[in-house]
Design a protein around this ligand. Sequence first.
Ligand code: GRF
Length: 219
Amino acid sequence: MGSGLWGFKSPLRHFKTMKKGKIAVFISGRGSNLQAIHKYSKNDNANYRIVLVFSDNPQAAGLTYAVKNGLPTLCLQPEQFNSRKEYESELLNTLLRLQVELICLAGYMRVVGKTLLENYGGRIINIHPSLLPSFPGLHAQKQALEYGVRISGCTVHFVDRTLDGGPIILQQAVSVLPADSEESLARRILKQEHRLYPRAIQLFFENRLKLNGRRVEIE
Ligand code: GRF
């Protein structure tokens, strides 16, 4: 069984059995990027699948979405551990057990510590709502408005020890309009985030991201 009309395997069948990269999505809140990443993963062409949604916040709306959509979830609260090391070690056990290959931070409001960085070096990515290196940290859209830039956007980057300072994978520019409020700008940037993040994950698993110094070359 399993062979096509003339004895060779149908390409469609090959697609369906293609090995998909295993990702964990880390969230702390709303989870709209999680939804976009998940939606994309359901395409036949997607080369990744979500094997874990992790949250440090039991109230995160994204967790409700994950449960409703049958995605495996884990919630650990750092306050319940003696140290960040213990918290991350517990989390790491699950990531290793599920053979997670890439961690995607999507509104995860914690600094990633040594334990995860050492075990997942070069395999943690994040999305940030500005054109880095401008406006790292919290309230990036507010920072952009207050600074008066005409163009902002979003960035997907590798995570390293620095705050929003790791090598840049993809960026998308978004115009800042004269009448923009923080909310309206955030909304337009978010729309682009939802397109950018799945593309970056796809590139990662196509093995096309090569690090050259701090530059990411897309092969
Ligand atoms: C996004 O703007 C993302 O860039 C930032 O946090 C926000 C998360 O939004 N890191 P959501 O939870 O994915 O809706």
